[in-house]
Design a protein around this ligand. Sequence first.
Ligand code: ASP
Length: 433
Amino acid sequence: MKKLPLHWKILLGMLFGVLFGLLFSQFEWGKALIVDWIKPFGTIFINVLKLIAVPLILASLIKGVSDLKDITQLSSMGWRTVGLYLFTTLTAVTIGLSIVNVIKPGNTISDKTRTELLSAYASDATAKQSVAAAQKEVGPLQALVDLVPSNIFAAMQDNGNMLQVIFFAIFFGIGIVLIPQKKSKSVKDFFEALNEVILKLIDLIMIASPYGVFALLAALVAEAPSADLFKALGLYTITVLLGLLCMILFYLMLVRLVTEKKIGFFLKGISPAQLLAFSTSSSAATLPVTMERVHEHLGVEEDVSSFVLPIGATINMDGTSLYQAVAAVFIAQAFGMDLSLGAQLGIIATATLASIGSAAVPGAGMVMLVIVLAQAGIPEAGLALIFAVDRPLDMCRTAVNVTGDASVSMMVAKWLGKLGIPKVKNWDDHYKN
Ligand code: ASP
């Protein structure tokens, strides 16, 4: 067991979690046992991951920016990052729309199933709608205003304020570059050491990760809704999964073409982060692990990984945007609506923006889907149709979101000449010491 590579250990943890959940949820006492005695360990695992996200962004981004020779490097990295993120998101929405228009999963939903689903999940759908309504009631420049915190400690208090922390870290890093080296040395040394400590903490968390994912998946299975509803949504689920698979293939092709690295190398390096993303459904909780894997196992220099990845976790959600496009058209089909080309083009724009605005936490993509539906004139109550399968699809789209961020960071690093030899060559030696 000790020799087993980390991604296998995590996979085994997931498998045992599902089996354990399936077995014990046959009995009422078994369900209670999982909810009371196993689920809390999953929650603790996610909390520990989230706990180090803000200090990690601060330490690594301040160190990364302050290592830059001059500030112009920052803007060339920034443009490439944002450009690539936009490109991959638009590709994702286009893939989603194409697949859903070919398969037409919504046409297979009978009137009876539609009524059943609508009544079973009506209240859940309304809850998501009211969260979305709160987000809609803001002015056009609010996102820009929200970027700049008025108090850094307040910003650091909430993991949802990641962009504010990123803003502060970059700003602070620029300040360090602009003062004489003799004076900046001690501040730089402090953040460098802090960064090392946090990376070590991530190693420790990864040792516990197979147990963490076991607890998360066992609880998920024990609390899952009945299988019959899943079956009614089978074709929709397959459509989303097919789209997500296309997206993964697209990343692999991009990474191969742009960085000339082998696909196996990329997958081996990033797979623990993908598995954690799948288990936690949160790219924010996975961020520390993504950052560590990309830097130490894929060879992306830290000034690039610490800049590209936290921004990606917040604004680049290709899996989410693809899912939103498929879900919107699916709901329209299920209601017998024919979407015009104009409405579909509108979905490309709104799904792109909605995925940028989605928080990197479980279920966020569905909240923002409300906005996509509203723009396209599709009944928002249709959310209830897809509720039953949202969690498993959330797990898959989060894994795609994280893979997208990692791919973009490798490409940006390659273009800037910052893709080197990974610090850790033997994947698992690292976790032993
Ligand atoms: N759970 C996703 C993430 O954290 C967001 C979503 O699609 O709901 O990346």
